[in-house]
Design a binder for this molecule. Sequence first.
Ligand code: FAD
Length: 289
Amino acid sequence: MIPGAFEFHAVNTVQEALKLLNAHEDAKIIAGGHSLLPMMKLRFAEPTHLIDINGIPSLKGITEEGDSLHIGAMTNENELIRSELLQRRCPLLVEVAKLIADPQIRNRGTIGGDIAHGDPGNDHPAVMMALDAEFVIQSEQGERVVPANGFFLGTYWTGLEDGELISSIRVPAFSADTGFGFHKLKRKTGDFATAAATVVLRLQGDRVEHIRIAMTNVGPCAFRAEAAERILLGNSPSDALIEEAALAVQSACEPVKDLSGDEEYKAAMAAEMMRRALHDALQTAGATA
Ligand code: FAD
């Protein structure tokens, strides 16, 4: 339970962090430390250089640029919860952050770390996919912007390359008619999700004109339930159609059996989380039925 030896570097600029990342092959960034330190204590991760990016002011804070919200990668969960801007322009993120871990972890754990870690149990990856978010990634070679959809490749495996860090996250701000829902089953406070579902949608009349359904902890990584989306898109969401979509979610899941339940239970719970999130999304979008 004691990590291997490492050299600690506290940096004040992104450039310093990138230089160190490039100079040391087995260097790792440390943000809130709430995923990395447990991995180090178990010796699943053994970086010999830790680059602490907590002292970089440009990586913190939330701003509005046109219809886009820019969230610094080092913004922690409590800052997301307290953000008046997010409460107004992307309340989904506030609701999600409230259900992550416990108050102490929310005070240190960052949105960038949650995304970069690639843990299928982390909530932000699926939420980012449902929001059509983009990640701003920096390296010594420059900057690239990548969509959340396509970034999560497998368990602890993302599109981040060696020598790169996530500097910010861009989220399209909600319009007045954006519907959203997030439901997460967990056994107790502080647990990761047994299964969670995020739904973002817009209606035109009583028909679904835009929909994203994304799932947490019921596959090797966060994923979009695209078959379920196709069932609902362009249609009026009747009870029968919602049931069809829920069954499509259930069959798309590939959960791992553990102390929270077996594969069949988790897939059924994922479908139920989707039903509830969809119901909330329809209500917040102003559906009349
Ligand atoms: P760190 O632990 O510092 O880093 C994690 C990884 O990301 C490391 O590999 C690091 O090098 C890399 N990294 C960090 N920041 C960047 C960056 N800007 N660019 C590139 N790479 C970077 N999370 C949930 O979503 N939902 C939960 O329900 C939940 N429950 C939890 C329960 C417990 C008991 C614990 C210990 C954690 C839980 N977490 C949960 C995870 C928690 O939210 C972590 O804080 C989060 O996964 C990682 O964020 P961090 O800032 O602590 O990152």
